[in-house]
Design a protein around this ligand. Structure first.
Ligand code: PEP
Ligand code: MG
Length: 577
């Protein structure tokens, strides 16, 4: 009898391979005293481990830059910077000299000291750095321990050709293991919107999160099957099942070859409805990936990543350079720049005041910008100046009140006057749109549509706020349901409001790039999708294979469905599940 374990599939695909069980999130750190004469050798051992960590991270960074989201690259850069800081390069060596302790323990002492220091800080951003310190020190310690065990038990195994089972994985570890050739990954915690999950999707590593106690059920080296589409892990698999999964792998390979052929082709439904497929980007360098996947420009440029991992915000000129980098990379394709969305899941380096109990409901995004108009105006100026060089639109996140639009419009008018007076060129007709990601804005969508030039559905937040579930809390991931009737009704209402007002409506949340929902969204009348570039060809494949008219009938019946059975049946017919 096979053993079946269930979690949440966050990156699709089937993998068959031996389990590589990582027992500890953090290694057990030995503590011992060294003789005074061994101090220099121990310091040298520490320095060698720091050096190896540095060269490993540099090698990973160099291999991935250009192919991965630069957010991940800058994440690795932050870790490299930390390794160079004297708190890691000098202080632990000093502990070895003064306390006569081993290198692993010296690092542990330094880790505790830094953790206490960070915990006492008011600044949420700096507090969040404590986790990075933990990752970096843990990596150096693992290298030291590996040297130790190697002397006794031979070299440590790498996850090459194996399925990694872990409590959790941070993005840097996932990147490292990807380069060591891991096949798939299963974790006990984590959610579908974490950076590790997003990264796994873009690296196409079949990944399942939230498989509680998986390491208690599966032994190292045991042959297992990971089904990222269904979120299942199978052990004790019989020959017939193995043959079934091998066939699915073959089908997937053929499918990917079909997708590659869609690159230069338009996205158009069988009944002739053109669909706009755009990409989401986080840093200017991401624009390169869009062309490879045939995106029609950028539907969401998350500018807050320019403001993260640093203490002082970028000034107008630095922002302008970044925006122009994207405008030029897009070679005439449209660019939607979203104004700052700091706070909640996007740590805000400059947030003032006491830590907030509910940051997702606090002074986040446009609320923060309207409070700090000097910061906001610098960004408005940079966006307007960029608009002189290519087709740029501006998008405002987290609108919940109409007066916010009036305030933004007034600030834009002020900035335009200043730019005119300074002789700076800009697009006087620049479109200003809003993200509909708070239920209040979705319910009152016609009022918002009347005051904006376009709307974009941010389903990550819209689902979070509608269903009252923290989008990064894995305890409530099971309630995260894009198909909840309340969510579908809101989405439909927003699309209709846009149509009636004669303005475009796009969707830029993760739902837009999830092929399980493509047909349903087409049926609800969505004609513009913006997503991670890695999903674009798959969505195009479904669009080109769909009949929008037929889907509209099914979607209308789904919205009116009264029983769960009816809903299930219609969803199955829509191919939504
Ligand atoms: C969303 O909320 O769906 C969205 C696209 O914005 P973000 O994920 O950046 O909050
Ligand atoms: Mg959002």
């Amino acid at each position: 009898m096979s053993l079946l374990l269930v979690g949440t599939g966050v990156a699709r695909g089937v993998a068959i391979g031996k389990a590589h069980v990582l027992q500890h999130g953090r290694p057990d750190i030995p503590e011992y005293t060294i003789p005074r004469r061994a101090v220099d050798a121990e310091v040298a051992r520490l320095r060698a481990a720091l050096e190896r960590t540095r060269s490993e991270l540099e090698a990973i960074r160099d291999q991935v830059s250009g192919t991965l989201s630069t957010e991940i690259v800058s994440f690795l850069d932050t870790h490299l910077l930390m390794l160079r800081d004297s708190s890691l390069s000098e202080a632990p060596a000093e502990h070895i000299r003064t306390r006569l302790c081993n290198a692993e323990w010296a690092l542990e002492q330094q880790r505790d000291l830094l953790a206490r220091m960070f915990a006492g800080m008011d600044d949420e951003y700096l507090r969040s750095r404590s986790e990075d310190v933990d990752h970096v020190i843990g990596r150096v310690q693992r290298i030291l321990l590996e040297q130790e065990t190697r002397g006794h038990r031979g070299a440590q195994r790498r996850p090459e050709g194996r399925v990694v089972l872990a409590e959790d994985l941070n993005p840097a570890d996932l990147v490292l293991m990807h380069h060591q050739g891991l096949l798939a990954c299963v974790t006990e915690s984590g959610g579908p919107l974490s950076h590790t999950a997003i990264l796994a999707r873009s690296l196409r590593i079949p990944t399942i999160v939230g498989v509680h106690h998986v390491r208690d059920y599966i032994r190292d080296d045991e042959l297992i099957v990971v089904d990222g589409d269904r979120g299942t892990v199978l052990a004790d698999v019989d020959e017939a099942s193995l043959a079934h999964y091998r066939k699915r792998q073959q089908q997937q390979r053929r499918y990917r070859a079909t997708l590659a052929r869609l690159r230069g082709k338009p996205a158009i439904t069988r009944d002739g409805r053109p669909i706009k497929l755009q990409g989401n980007i986080e840093l200017p360098e991401d624009a390169a990936q869009l062309r490879e996947n045939g995106a029609e420009g950028v539907g969401l440029y998350r500018t807050e990543f320019l403001f993260m991992n640093r203490e002082a915000p970028p000034d107008e000129e630095e922002q302008l350079r970044a925006y122009l980098g994207v405008v030029h990379a897009l070679e005439g394709a449209p660019l939607t720049i979203r104004t700052l969305d700091l706070g909640a899941d996007k740590p805000d380096p400059g947030a003032a005041g006491a830590p907030c109990m509910n940051p997702a409901l606090g002074l986040r995004a446009i609320r923060r910008c309207l409070r700090e108009t000097a910061l906001f105006k610098a960004q408005l100026r940079a966006i307007l100046r960029a608009s002189a060089h290519g087709p740029v639109r501006m998008m405002i996140p987290m609108l919940s009140n109409l007066h916010e639009i009036a305030q933004v419009r007034a600030l834009i008018a002020e900035v335009k006057d200043e730019l005119r007076a300074q002789g700076e060129p800009f697009d006087a007709d620049l479109d200003v749109g809003g993200m509909i990601e708070v239920p209040a804005a979705a319910v009152a969508a016609p009022l918002f549509a009347a005051r904006l030039d376009f709307l974009s559905l941010g389903t990550n937040d819209l689902i979070q706020y509608t269903l009252a579930i923290d989008r990064v809390d894995d305890e409530v991931t099971y309630l995260y349901d894009p198909l909840h009737p309340a969510v579908l009704r809101l989405i439909h209402g927003v699309i209709q409001a846009g149509r009636r007002a004669g303005i475009p409506v796009s969707m830029c949340g993760e739902m837009a790039g999830d092929v399980r929902y493509t047909r349903l969204l087409l049926g609800l009348g969505l004609a513009e999708f913006s997503m991670h570039p890695a999903s674009l060809l798959e969505v195009k494949h479904i669009v080109n294979d769909s009949h929008a008219g037929e889907l509209a009938d099914l979607a209308a019946r789904l919205l009116a469905a009264e029983t769960p059975e009816e809903t299930e049946e219609l969803l199955a017919r829509l191919g939504a599940r």
